[in-house]
Design a protein around this ligand. Sequence first.
Ligand SMILES: Nc1ncnc2c1ncn2[C@@H]1O[C@H](COP(=O)(O)OP(=O)(O)OP(=O)(O)O)[C@@H](O)[C@H]1O
Length: 362
Amino acid sequence: MTETRAGDTPLLEVRDIVQEFAVRGPGGVKGAVVHAVSDVSFQMGRGETLGVVGETGSGKSTLARSIIQAPRPKSGEVRFLGTDLMRLRRKALVEARRDMQMVYQDPFGSLNPRWRITDLVEEPLLGYGVRSAARRRERVRELLDLVGLDPGVFAGRRPYELSGGQCQRVAIARAIALNPALIVCDEAVASLDVLIQAQVLNLFERLRSELGLSYLFISHDLALVKQISDRVAVMHLGQLAEIGPSEELYRRPMHPYTAALLDSIPGLDPVTGEARRPTPPQGEPPSPIDPPSGCRFRTRCPLAQARCAEERPALRELAPGHQVACHFPLNFPLDADPAATTGTAARRTDAGLTDPGDISFP
Ligand SMILES: Nc1ncnc2c1ncn2[C@@H]1O[C@H](COP(=O)(O)OP(=O)(O)OP(=O)(O)O)[C@@H](O)[C@H]1O
């Protein structure tokens, strides 16, 4: 689902966001710049879950922080519920952030260890001026119930008396306290073991349907992202390589980087049905201080040609709602047999060498 589920205004519109950090380059030389996020654009609809995947350092967290303006991106546009966040002054931005909350990876680190759970969940209500103490107490009970923690058991405890999964439920209760429209989950289940991960993912799903929430769900775990996302965005070295409906993107990846990432997860070979050995994308990601010209993936891409060094590929819509930034996409034209191009990236070299030009679907 690429468009809004309710109303005409998209929940979130991100246009050409750039975020850079001044750092010392090799040899401690001043004046180097990390190109953490470069010209990223996408939209999210209400009630939608958009997964964001990519290797470590690909810019997922920086993108998330740029969206919530912490810190503000260097340039670009972020419209949230129709409001241009980049233009808001501090006070108005604090007000807008009510509707946009974060859940982080480390549930213990995000909770003050000295506070009782009831105080932790009450804090955002106090911060945003819910004046009546009785109303706040009632809301804390409601919220703990919603996230599956018995208020009678947990309200008086402190974070160190809770498991990682229970602490993450408290963090989620805090995040939903003010009825936000969007929750940005940055590796929100990465520190939990597999069974607890599944329970917390179920909680996210339940809250989405009960409260009409949307999630920007950042994770390096492609299998997990597939489970929860309507659409998935793939980031490579600060840029969007591909974005599209989850099922389709996993079944028919068009960017060689997406295909390489998919090859890195354990699974069955769709052609032979046998277990295949996961193979990570070849080579190390280039430095974000000095990214390659043209396509930033070209130095690792088995399909790269001269044009890839000369011209940055634009993100083009090659199937409905499915955009790809590649001069020589895989599985294109659309009637190409996806089974013929699955397997390792090396086996894809004879696939998808057609240049689709500027084809786009209405
Ligand atoms: N404050 C900062 N100062 C300098 N460089 C930064 C800063 N924050 C992020 N970076 C750099 O920006 C790039 C993108 O980092 P980011 O944390 O957004 O990636 P990521 O995809 O979220 O990685 P991970 O999965 O490891 O969290 C990296 O090269 C990182 O080192």
